[in-house]
Design a protein around this ligand. Structure first.
Ligand SMILES: *Cc1c(COP(=O)(O)O)cnc(C)c1O
Length: 360
């Protein structure tokens, strides 16, 4: 069967090299070989997160750590910042964990604002906040630096940040931003197979977790820390993901992180300019466009299933036809991961052809 290349915002295309690394034969997860593998990865993960804190690999999808952060860190009440499908769901997940939770909801495509967070945290009701930096469903990127500045006023509030679709697409320095949990699933910007999530935890968050008795076992941050001290994981991980991660980190540092970030920005600018030039509008509010995907308002009413049928047949690739309640009225182009600027240029040419064929 012909391989269909994914220009959807997750899971995204995974390189042959990464897939080959993923297929490395197993070693025992309590063996010296595994410890050596993890020990090799750890310092480079810290460099990527720009942190002195330990960085862990949970071989759950991102939601494992998103739920785990709630279980480990919330005893009073969590403020869930909601601006799209993923961030809206985090509120439901907090409630399903039996936690008191409050919604700070904005219209999809609008940013989460630092001053609005400030107002809510000033009540003193909260001991945690969840934020999705790059809301993948709407292609909107929230002002993380401004929000982090507000959080500094609230040292008793745990700052939990999802960077699933922006991590490694731009610099997100964990220590400098004062984040308490930063998490990134592997199948988005990291361009690895689905099923794992990288995360860093602050000392403040470890201290808080130690006070929470019913934080569970599987995603207990203190278990992760204890095991990582001897280069191990609490339970049998997906060892394949560790091999893939080692290979991927080689790629990142060979390209150079600054080059990787610059490439993502260049790709984003190309995709945004293409959309505007072809008479579309961008879905996110101006100034808050994502660096890793472009969510386009389908103002020309293009038949996206037809576009995708043509892309698939002629160019062996697909884009995304919108997510959740904005499916059909938007479409999304992913330009995260390994995509060169040349690849994105080609994709946009193919889009022109497919839109013509779809009759718009
Ligand atoms: C895809 C995505 C998730 C969910 O990840 P799973 O791997 O399905 O658990 C969470 N947050 C964001 C921002 C995402 O893009």
């Amino acid at each position: 069967m012909a391989h269909i290349k994914l220009f959807i915002p997750g899971p995204i295309e995974v390189s042959e090299k990464t897939l080959r690394a993923f297929a490395t034969p197993m070693v025992g997860h309590r063996s010296k070989e595994f410890q050596a593998l993890y020990a090799e990865i750890k310092p480079r993960l810290q460099e990527l997160f720009v942190t002195k804190q330990p960085v862990f690999v949970s071989t759950t999808s991102a939601w494992g750590v998103m739920e785990g952060a709630i279980r480990n860190l919330v005893s009073k009440k969590v403020l869930n910042c909601m601006s799209g499908a993923f961030s809206d769901k985090w509120f439901d997940v907090a409630k399903k964990c039996g936690k008191a939770a409050e919604a700070y909801q904005v219209e999809w495509g609008q940013p989460i604002l630092a001053e609005e967070i400030d107002k809510r945290l000033a009540t003193g009701e909260f001991d945690a906040i969840t934020l999705i930096h790059n809301e993948t469903s709407t292609g909107t990127m929230n002002p993380l630096w401004e929000i982090a500045a507000v959080l500094r006023k609230y040292p008793d509030v745990q700052f939990i940040v999802d960077v699933v679709s922006s991590f490694s697409a731009m610099n997100i320095p964990f220590d400098e931003l004062g984040i308490d949990v930063l998490l990134a699933g592997t199948q988005k910007a990291l361009a690895m197979p689905a099923g794992a999530c990288l995360f860093a935890v602050s000392e403040k968050a470890f201290a808080k977790a130690a006070t929470i008795k019913d934080r569970g076992y599987y995603l207990d941050f203190l278990e992760f820390r204890k095991n990582a001290e001897s280069d191990m994981t609490p339970t049998t991980p997906s060892i394949s993901h560790f091999y893939a991660l080692r290979s991927k980190l080689d790629d990142f540092f060979t390209e150079g992180l600054e080059n990787r970030y610059a490439r993502h920005l260049a790709n984003a600018k190309l995709a945004r300019a293409w959309a505007l030039d072809r008479g579309f509008e961008l879905f996110p509010a101006a100034g808050y466009e994502s660096v890793s995907l472009t969510c386009v308002k389908n103002t020309r009413n293009v038949d996206i299933p037809k576009v995708n049928a043509h892309l698939k047949k002629t160019y062996s690739c697909v884009i995304d036809g919108g997510y959740g309640k904005i499916k059909g009225t938007t479409f999304r182009l992913s330009h995260m991961g390994d995509e060169s600027t040349e690849n994105i240029r080609l994709l946009l040419e193919w889009m022109d052809d497919a839109i013509k064929v779809a009759g718009a």
